[in-house]
Every structure is written in structure tokens, then in C-alpha cells.
Design a protein around this ligand. Structure first.
Ligand code: RAM
Length: 351
């Protein structure tokens, strides 16, 4: 009996030692992007960093991201600095590394300046992706792109040209001068403008409202003052286009200075209905944030590596595939959608 008792005690002790050893090895691996980490059953921490606070577009994107993370039983950590700068985002990245999040999804305020901080995050095993405004290919595993940038640039030039009868001065009211998404779209606008059919259109200025409402208002006012013959404004930013819509309305310039660009239907409905902005474009920011959440999860689970040809299911937004993007990769979501008088009432309730 005593022998049996000793055997049980020894076995229990041995099992305890084995369990302690295996726990030790898995916690030692917890910084590495290994399979062990995703199998540990703990709730994953998914961080999202937008450009800056106070932008309803960013809030919609974060709503979609949070919705996806809830479906995935994870914890969503939603952050945005007060100002749309790279420095402010770097501080947040550093905090998230210390917090040991499992993924960071970032809308970059600069293509290159975040590279050291994001590389540090990836070295710590954090899955880093960009969405909406890309960081360079070395700073991320992949990028979630809302719509084809060439199409985004082209449709805005086609629109303003039609609105002003193919002739006259136009200006662009952008976000920050470092914003990768706006800069890429503007590049495609400039390429489009080289076509012969636009030879009578002159792009006089690219102004930067920094996605801040007041600055976008004062930049619009400055454009109108400096270029009294201005015929049209393209604002490829939801903050900029709403500010320009207000200025043109307040100054009674409807029909004199035409407005188009990328806007949130909920913010732009009255200007579309009044004719200040006859039509504009966007995509569904809720779906963009949602698909980004599923992309981060597929990386954490090891379902994809972010390489060309990788495929995964992004919840209600369906099957996705990783494709090429210059020297990196991306997931392309769709085409820009046109909002006009006939459909704005329906969409202004959605986002
Ligand atoms: C603003 C932001 C965002 C952009 C939209 C169209 O809200 O700059 O990054 O995608 O506009």
C-alpha cells in the first residue's frame, strides 16, 4: 500500500515537472510569430491605428474593424493620434509593442517614416498590415486597398471635366502632403490630365487641408481668393470635400465653382441634393475596416503569409486573395462607387 502511495506521489510530481517545462517553453516562444502562439487559446489583441481623431470616415472604418474582431472573439484596440503625423503614430506603435498586441493595422500618415517602429513591431512577432493609406512594402506584411488607385484618380478627373465643360482652372484640396493614399490618387489624376481631351483644363494648385476641418475650410477660402477664375475643386478626402461643400454653399458659389471628390454620403447628402457637388465617389469604409480585421486574423492564425496567391475568407465580405503591389503585396477590395442625387438618400443612412 505504501509502495502504491509512493508511486502515485512520484507520478504526480513527475507530471507537474513536465507540465512546468512545457509551459516554460511556450512562454519563451511567445514573442515569436510561431504556431504555438496562435494555438495558446488566449484572446488575441488586434490594434488599429487611424490617421487622426475626429474623422468620421476613420470612425466608420474602425466600426467595421471592431465588428470583425468581435466575430473573431478577439479584443479590438482602436487608436488614433490628435494630429495626422507620423511622429504621433510612432508613439502609439511603441505603446502597442509594450502592450504585446498580436497585430497592428495602420492607416499610415507617411509611407516611410514609420518603418523603424513597424519593423520593431514585426520583429516582436506582431502581424503588421496597412489599410487605406499604405506604408512602404518593408514596413508591413501586406496592404488592404479599398479600390483601384488608377480608377480613383481617373473618375475624379472625368467628373470635374464633365462638370466644368472640359475647360478652365481646377484645384485639388487634399489631406496631408505625406498621405500615401491621396498622393497616389493625385499622381493618377495628373496622368489622366495629360490626355488630349483635357488640354483646356489647368490644374493650378494642390492644397493641403491635413484632414482637419478648419484648415480645409481656410485652404478652400484661400483657393477661391487666389484663383478668382477657379472653375472646379477636387477633394480626394472626406474631410476636405465636406469643408469645401460648406464654403461653396456659404459663399453662394453653387454652379460657379463645381465640386467633386471622395466623400461620405452622410456628410455630403445636402451638397449633392443642392447641386453644390453634383456627384462624388467612395467605397464602404465599414467594409474596408472589416476586411482588414479578417486579414489580420488570417495572418495571426497562419492561414496566410501575405504572399501573392494566398487566399482566405473575410467573413461577410467574402473570399479574398493576396495580389502583387509594386515590391509588396495587397488585397484589393473593389472599385470606387458613384454617389449622386438618385442614390444619395439611400446611402446617407449607411455611412
Ligand atoms: C479621408 C482620409 C482617408 C481617405 C478618405 C477618402 O477620410 O484621408 O484616408 O481614404 O478621406
Amino acid at each position: 500500500m505504501k509502495k502504491l502511495f509512493m508511486l502515485i506521489v512520484t507520478s504526480v510530481l513527475l507530471l507537474g515537472v513536465l507540465a512546468a517545462c512545457s509551459q516554460g517553453s511556450s512562454s519563451g516562444d511567445s514573442q515569436k510569430p510561431s504556431k504555438d502562439k496562435e494555438d495558446d487559446g488566449g484572446q488575441k489583441k488586434y490594434a488599429f491605428i487611424f490617421k487622426n481623431t475626429g474623422n468620421p470616415y476613420g470612425e466608420k472604418m474602425m466600426d467595421g474593424f471592431e465588428e470583425a474582431i468581435k466575430e473573431l472573439n478577439g479584443e479590438a484596440i482602436l487608436r488614433a493620434p490628435d494630429q495626422p503625423t507620423a511622429e504621433a503614430q510612432i508613439q502609439i506603435i511603441e505603446q502597442l509593442i509594450t502592450q504585446k498586441v498580436d497585430s497592428i493595422t495602420i492607416t499610415g500618415n507617411d509611407p516611410d517614416a514609420l518603418q523603424p517602429a513597424l519593423t520593431k513591431a514585426m520583429d516582436a512577432g506582431i502581424k503588421v498590415i496597412s489599410v487605406d493609406s499604405a506604408v512602404n512594402a518593408k514596413s508591413r506584411i501586406t496592404h488592404v486597398n479599398q479600390a483601384d488607385p488608377e480608377a480613383i484618380g481617373r473618375v475624379q478627373i472625368e467628373a470635374i471635366s464633365e462638370m466644368i465643360g472640359g475647360k478652365g482652372q481646377i484645384a485639388i484640396l487634399s489631406a496631408t502632403s505625406q498621405a500615401t493614399n491621396q498622393n497616389l490618387w493625385i499622381e493618377y489624376m495628373q496622368k489622366e490630365l495629360e490626355k488630349d481631351e483635357y488640354k483646356d483644363i489647368e490644374l493650378v494648385k494642390v492644397a493641403y487641408g491635413d484632414d482637419l476641418r478648419d484648415k480645409s475650410v481656410s485652404e478652400t477660402e484661400a483657393l477661391l481668393k487666389t484663383y478668382p477664375k477657379l472653375k472646379g475643386i477636387i477633394a480626394p478626402t472626406t474631410v476636405g470635400i465636406a469643408a469645401a461643400g460648406k464654403v461653396l454653399t456659404d459663399k453662394g458659389l453653387k454652379g460657379k465653382v463645381m465640386l467633386t471628390g471622395l466623400g461620405l454620403p452622410s456628410e455630403m447628402a445636402s451638397y449633392i441634393e443642392s447641386g453644390v457637388c453634383p456627384w462624388m465617389y467612395l467605397w464602404n469604409p465599414i467594409d474596408v475596416g472589416y476586411a482588414a480585421g479578417y486579414t489580420a486574423s488570417a495572418l495571426i492564425k497562419g492561414d496566410i503569409e501575405g504572399e501573392v496567391g494566398d487566399k482566405f475568407e473575410a467573413g461577410r465580405t467574402g473570399a479574398k486573395e493576396v495580389v502583387e503591389d509594386g515590391d509588396g503585396t495587397q488585397i484589393m477590395l473593389g472599385e470606387p462607387f458613384k454617389f449622386e442625387k438618385s442614390n444619395i438618400a439611400e446611402w446617407k443612412e449607411v455611412y
